[in-house]
Design a protein around this ligand. Structure first.
Ligand code: ADQ
Length: 514
């Protein structure tokens, strides 16, 4: 079997590049090298030339294509990141749907399918990643591709009640039936998706497999992990190295304790609420003032989506206000640093921090929580404070689990973490480390590929090829959201105020570059 990976963004490794520690991109690259294969997706470049460019690295071919400005606007910034991202994170109020964006989204998926069909060989197993590419398998099937195709959804999947507010969601959900295997981060997400397929599309299910028309799709949870051993080694090495940010942090903090937050600057991560909770902690416990600081590392992402620019402004404002209210001439309670760091530097920061504050409002998994645990000194570990709405909370029950909407609860958890006796810290750390060690990234990749290659491929869709945005047909139950899906998709001009230019300056360190 040859492996074909498809993701929104593809970063071609330099010829002599040493693999960065951990990381999904590295694990996928390793899986590709094991099987030989192809990695296909957007180059990250916006331009007029849309021809495919192929680069060979060992037995792996990287095939990338540019997006046009209109495609980036509608497919990437528009439908993927202003409609799907917020609604999948339960943020209906931030969900902005435009038909022209949806057309662009389908258009890019069709174009990707067209390009990919030419490159696929009969024994290829195809693994598609994330919400940008949900309809890709349906488009490949329309072109006669009968290979095994799997999808992994990296972000949360909400219930039908939430998702059906998105126009054309029924059609979109239906396209998932074109996959042989759909992987979700958690059992809750898997159940929600099955609920959507049943309630919105009229599928039948035995709880694990879903039958829609003549196709059968397995839906299963595969909680993603990290390369624990690699990260642990980086953290241990950062203690020994001379000129590291860890040393510098030690010097600038002195004896003070450190609470750390590390996230892309994204509203799903609860950064502003976290800063407020830290402020509340210092207000309620004046004895802690001057003794502890919060370091929030948050490199900007998607800055040309207005909600992200607003978040950037708000985090500065809240940190500035709290520092002015509570700070002293020789003590800054909150430091916000908006840049990406190397894996080594991050591992060092995690190691130095007595508390890892990971409080997203909603998150598919959250790898920072796992990285924080992996980086701890087993003899004197820090404490993880974790949002119950991160997928990671389903596995990491020995963290201090909090509701990020409850500022008081988070503030008290910070207090508890800072005061926790060493014996309890060690006990919790050992339990957490065991979980992340036994469900690391290589286990995840292997488990997913095993399931994908095992799942029986059923008869292909017997219906004649049709557009994926046509209303749902042939279901025994009336689709609940059918009314939303009716009607022709027509282009609409982008309203004033939406920025069109600039390539997103996202960091290569981030998982799959969202
Ligand atoms: P993300 O939303 O990007 O991923 P997360 O899982 O936390 O969130 O991964 C972020 C990665 O970026 C981590 O490896 C972290 O170390 C790195 N990172 C963050 N800030 C950084 C900085 N300043 N410098 C360097 N690196 C930084 C999406 C979903 C998650 C899911 C992952 C993987 O939203 O829920 O866990 O995919 O499936």
């Amino acid at each position: 079997m040859r492996l074909v990976v498809v993701s929104n963004r593809v970063t071609i490794p330099d010829r002599h590049e040493k693999a960065a520690a951990g990381g999904l991109a590295v694990a996928l690259r390793e899986a590709l090298e094991r099987h030989g294969g192809l990695w296909f997706g957007w180059s990250g470049v916006v331009g007029a030339a849309r021809q495919l460019r192929e680069t060979q690295r060992g037995n792996v071919t990287y095939a990338v294509t540019d997006l046009s400005e209109a495609e980036r606007e509608s497919y990437y910034l528009g439908f993927s990141n202003r409609a799907l991202w917020p609604i999948m994170h339960y943020r209906l109020g931030l969900t902005e749907f435009q038909r022209s964006d949806y057309i662009g989204y389908l258009g890019v998926n069709r174009r990707f399918a067209r390009e990919l069909t030419r490159m696929i060989q009969p024994d290829d197993v195809i693994w598609i990643h994330d919400y940008h590419l949900i309809p890709l398998a349906a488009e490949l099937r329309r072109r006669g591709v009968t290979n095994r195709i799997g999808y992994f959804h990296h972000i949360p999947w909400p219930s039908a009640d939430v998702l059906s507010a998105l126009p054309f969601s029924t059609t979109l959900v239906r396209t998932l039936a074109a996959y042989d295997l759909v992987g979700m981060q958690t059992e809750v997400d898997a159940r929600n998706l099955i609920g959507c397929l049943v309630d919105m599309c009229g599928a039948r299910t035995d709880g694990r497999r879903v039958r829609l028309g003549v196709r059968e799709t397995a839906v299963q949870s595969f909680p993603i992990g990290i390369d624990v051993e690699a990260f642990r080694r980086l953290a241990a090495a950062s203690v020994r190295q001379a000129a590291t940010p860890l040393r510098a942090t030690r010097e600038s903090l002195g004896e003070r304790k450190l609470v750390i937050g590390v996230d892309r600057l994204d509203y799903s991560k609860g950064i502003v609420q976290r800063l407020e909770a830290f402020g509340q902690f210092l207000q309620s416990h004046p004895d802690e003032r001057g003794r502890v600081s919060l370091l929030q590392i948050a490199p900007p992402s998607r800055s040309d989506v207005p909600e992200y620019a607003e978040l950037d402004r708000m985090s500065d404002e809240v940190a500035g206000r709290l520092n002015a209210q509570i700070g002293e001439f020789d003590w800054t309670p909150i430091r916000v640093v908006k840049k990406a760091y190397s894996r080594t530097a991050l591992a060092g920061f995690y190691r130095r921090a007595e508390v890892g504050l990971v409080t997203p409002m909603r998150d598919g998994m959250n790898l920072v929580a796992k990285e924080y645990v992996a980086a701890q000194n087993p003899a004197d570990p820090g404490v993880l404070v974790l949002s119950r709405f991160a997928g990671a909370a389903q596995q990491l029950g020995e963290a201090l689990i909090v509701n990020p909407y409850d500022t008081h609860e988070v503030a008290e958890a910070i207090r508890t973490a800072l005061a926790m006796p060493k014996s309890e810290r060690i006990r919790r750390f050992e339990a957490l480390y065991h979980v992340i060690e036994t469900s690391g990234i290589h286990w995840w990749t292997q488990r997913y590929l095993d399931a994908l290659t095992r799942s029986p491929v059923e008869a292909e869709i017997a219906e004649p090829p049709r557009k994926v945005d046509a209303p749902a047909r042939g279901t025994s139950r009336k689709p609940r959201a059918a009314v939303l899906d009716r009607g022709e998709v027509k282009g609409r001009p982008v309203p004033a105020g939406r920025k069109r230019n600039a390539v997103p300056a996202e960091s290569g360190h981030l998982t799959l570059v969202r």
